[in-house]
Design a protein around this ligand. Structure first.
Ligand code: GFB
Length: 323
């Protein structure tokens, strides 16, 4: 385990996007640290507005920032709202990263996504694969915004010596997820569909596409723990993958979700929906070398996510940012 190079004790830490699934998990995880967590609602500060972001930063002067604010969504939402996914994410990250430089924030962690990698990158995908091939068309808009965020952090490190780092989680799921069937990612969508099928006595549950794509998943509490670990021990220009190190087919995921939910009907395929990237398993070598390992298995994580759904701990249907 490398020594901590950044001590969060006594620091003022802004979690941008604190109401989103990842942001709220980072807030939960920071409760274990001796730091002051700062948050601001979108009604008070619109993160796409530079003046509002810089005025809030000037007033609150955080020492560190977790940049988890983003407009996020599943494959259909990304494909349906390209302008929103590109513009909102670019504006939020540019305003916060530049604003952090202006007020002299000591450390910033920018959160991206595994969709930044080329559609046909060699698997498992190493961080160096970035920008070595064409992107997956359904989410290139979000991907380009996130790639720009990585480059912004690298640029402020190079030009101004800012300790701004980037982390690229794989598909994240868990408490606080979005269960709206049109805009959500696959895990909450399948949990909800299997639950609704069980409750309604339906004979089948519908999965989008062929079920053959492979996806890696990480529970949001593992993701948040990895982000805090990186904030403490990592300081370099290259982004760091955050993954579980293993993947499953969408059909295998569906079968596991049905087992967790207790739905025993049939699985049918809606081939009118896109498969997207055939596979995006990331290399976990860099993060393992920094002494971090995931703790929550997919089956345990799915059970936790389903319980959160039953308890009503999930995002209302929002097409907006996860701020
Ligand atoms: O999670 P998902 O929407 O996003 O889809 P991506 C993953 C796979 O699950 C795709 C299939 O092959 C979908 O066709 N799938 C099956 C479903 N049934 C469903 C369903 O009911 N809902 C959804 N949503 N998918 C996202 C990017 O790509 O990955 C985001 O679009 C982000 O920008 C995220 O990067 C991490 O994994 O394909």
């Amino acid at each position: 385990m490398p020594d901590a190079i950044y001590d969060l004790s006594g620091k003022r830490v802004w979690v941008a996007g604190h109401r989103g699934m990842v942001g709220s998990a980072i807030v939960r995880r920071l409760a274990q640290e001796n730091c002051t967590v700062l948050t601001v609602d979108r009604r008070e500060v619109d993160l796409t507005r530079q003046d509002q972001v810089e005025s809030w930063l000037d007033k609150t002067r955080p020492d560190a920032i977790f940049l988890a604010a983003a407009k996020v969504g599943g494959i259909l939402a990304n494909d349906s709202y390209p302008a929103d996914f590109l513009y909102d994410n670019m504006m939020m990250e540019a305003n916060i990263i530049h604003g952090a430089h202006v007020v002299g924030v000591e450390k910033l962690l920018f959160l991206g996504s595994s969709c930044i990698y080329p559609k046909f990158a060699n698997q498992p995908i190493v961080e160096e694969a970035l920008l070595t091939g064409t992107l997956e068309p359904t989410n290139e808009w979000y991907a380009i915004a996130k790639i720009a965020g990585i480059k912004l952090c690298q640029a402020y490190r190079k030009q101004h010596g800012r300790d701004f780092i980037s982390a690229m989680p794989t598909n994240v799921y868990g408490p606080g997820d979005n269960f709206d069937l049109k805009s959500s990612h696959v895990v909450p969508a399948l949990l909800r569909k299997a639950h609704d099928a069980r409750m309604s006595g339906s004979r089948s549950v519908t999965v989008w596409g062929t079920g053959t794509p492979r996806r890696e998943f990480i529970h949001v509490d593992d993701c948040a723990d990895a982000c805090v670990h990186l904030m403490k021990v990592y300081s370099d220009a290259v982004h760091v993958n955050i993954g579980s190190g293993s993947d499953v087919t969408i059909l295998e995921l569906t079968e596991l979700v049905c087992k967790v939910v207790g739905f025993e009907g049939n699985i049918v395929h809606d081939l009118s929906k896109p498969d997207g990237t055939p596979r995006k398993l990331m290399s976990a070598e860099r993060l393992r070398g920094l002494g971090w390992y995931p703790r929550i298995s997919l089956e345990d994580g799915l059970a936790d996510a389903y319980q959160a759904f039953l308890d009503g701990n999930y995002a209302e249907r929002v097409q907006g940012t996860a701020a």
